[in-house]
Design a protein around this ligand. Structure first.
Ligand code: 4AD
Ligand code: MG
Length: 484
């Protein structure tokens, strides 16, 4: 197999290879006129044209050159006679590595619905759309590590199984080896967790933040990048039960430093993809235009995909407080005409429809909203000073909102004052015993610090323009779905 040349190499570095024999392997995208095979091996958006002289090949072999069959071809690389490609391979030998009988193979060489493709997650990755998405997903992951490494951050691995609920929202998957149908009980009838594997109740992590704070208070600047799990019953195009999160945490950072980092980081990731994946972006851009061509103008995206990414990378994000956001929303046309499903009132959380109005209609650019009411945000967020112009107490929280997606980042300055934190936990019903170590971080060598969490799939969704978050992760986990 080592003689294989990757198709990307053949297509981009062909000057050295012209006139020579090459061996390529890949999956058939199409076979036209019993003569032209379009071959793709996943290394590039583009296919390599293989030309076969059908008289020279066994008919039984050529019959097996079907959609997504896997083949090996050896032949001379020559300049192409036809339009559409610079080079092509004149097949001298052709071997079928893996058949794909079209009468049984569920994928078809035509547009198929995204819902259908999700049921065929073991095959959908071979399509143009998904190879483009997954190459970009890789590119974003790489850029994340590069950004932090180049800026002096340390990658910290936080636990997947934990005894604490970092968000205090109770949306956790429990982890146990007890017989759930018949667990051991204590004398008073409670489940006897002391007999469980960890001798206490545990769950899959909803966030690595609390442990990242431990890291920040020793290494200064850290980040996590790992899977997180939320048992929230949200069947939307932006929610997964298992998703990846990036959580930088930085000592001596306040909320404004945090906002600056979030904006710089997002722009860096977008620029990295603009610079390194133009073919994938062009393809996805075209795909969106095809999908939208029959929609009325007001339902189409205001800009193309690449144009949107450039715009976000090159312009300042808008920064407003929650209190200003509420004022803008209450003065808005949809609010006055009763078009919002949910009410807007100081103290209530902003809903997706409100976030989208701010980003897509009012500002038409990414927006960072900060200083949310303390009552709707997590216990660890730093309590702001009282402000007579604001109806209630706020915390130094921030959400970064993106067009088409809504919230991509949630973060805050952390409450570093021991007494204030204990009071907040008490008020919100968070047991102190569970987070004794988190509290001790405030007692011994604590300092002001801040951080945020970027939803990896939401960022990939934004960059690829995919309509549903389930189509930017290989094997989506959502309520009722854990196949593959
Ligand atoms: O806003 P969240 O819940 O914040 C935290 O978990 C903090 N501990 C982060 C921190 O400060 N270190 O989640 C952060 C981001 C959201 O902005 C969103 O992009 C994404 O994670 N996210 C989800 N993505 C997909 N599916 C879900 N169910 C998500 N829930 C949150
Ligand atoms: Mg949030």
């Amino acid at each position: 197999m080592s003689k294989r040349t990757e198709i990307k190499t053949v297509l981009t570095e062909y000057t050295d290879l012209l006139g020579q024999e090459v061996t390529v392997m890949g999956w058939v995208r199409s076979f036209r006129s019993n003569r032209f095979i379009a071959l793709n091996d996943g290394t590039s958006m583009n296919t390599l044209q293989v030309v076969v002289d059908f008289e020279q090949f066994d008919e039984a072999v050529l019959k097996k050159v079907t959609f997504h069959a896997c083949i090996k071809v050896t032949g001379k690389l020559v300049e192409s006679q036809g339009a559409g490609q610079d080079v092509e391979v004149l097949a001298e030998s052709l071997e079928i590595l893996g058949e794909a009988n079209p009468e049984q193979y569920p994928m078809q060489p035509k547009a198929q619905s995204m819902e259908f493709m999700r049921e065929k997650a073991h095959f959908r990755m071979r399509t143009n759309t998904f190879t483009a998405v997954f190459r970009i997903r890789h590119g974003v992951a790489y850029a994340i590590h590069k950004y932090f490494n180049d800026n002096g951050y340390f990658y910290l691995h936080t636990p997947i199984i934990t005894g604490s609920d970092a968000e205090g929202a109770g949306e956790m998957f429990h982890v146990t080896t007890l017989d759930v149908g018949n667990p051991p009980r204590t004398e008073d009838g409670q489940v006897d967790w002391s007999q469980d594997f960890f001798e206490k109740p545990t769950n899959l992590t909803v966030s690595g933040q609390l442990q990242a704070e431990i890291g920040a208070l020793a290494l200064g600047k850290v980040y996590t990048f790992g899977p997180t799990f939320r048992a929230e019953n949200s069947n939307t195009s932006r929610h997964l039960a298992e998703f990846w999160m990036i959580e930088p945490e930085i000592a001596f950072f306040d909320i404004f430093d945090n906002m600056g980092l979030a904006e710089d980081f997002c722009k860096y990731l977008i620029r990295h993809i603009l610079d390194n994946y133009p073919d994938e972006l062009d393809f996805l851009d075209q795909r969106i235009q095809n999908q939208e061509k029959n929609l009325p103008k007001e339902q189409r995206r205001p800009m193309g995909l690449t144009e949107t990414l450039r715009f976000v990378a090159d312009n300042d994000f808008e920064r407003i407080t929650y209190t200003e956001a509420v004022r803008i929303l209450r003065n808005s046309k949809p609010y006055k005409k009763g078009k919002f499903e949910y009410d807007v009132e100081w103290g209530k959380d902003l809903q997706a429809e409100h976030e989208r109005y701010l980003v897509e209609k009012h500002f038409q650019k990414p927006v960072i909203v900060r200083d949310y009411p303390a009552s709707i945000k997590a216990f660890y967020m730093r309590l702001n000073e009282e402000n007579p112009e604001v109806p209630g107490r706020t915390v130094a929280a921030m959400d970064v909102l993106f067009p088409g997606i809504g919230e991509v980042i949630g973060g805050s300055q952390r409450e570093e004052r021991y007494e204030v934190l204990v009071q907040r936990m008490h008020d919100m019903g968070i047991p102190e015993e569970e987070l004794w170590w988190y509290l001790e971080l405030r007692k011994f060598g604590g300092c002001p610090h801040a951080g945020f969490g970027l939803g990896f799939e939401r960022m990939v969704q934004f960059i690829t323009g995919m309509g549903n978050i389930r189509d930017v992760i290989g094997f989506p986990r959502t309520p009722g779905n854990a196949e593959f």
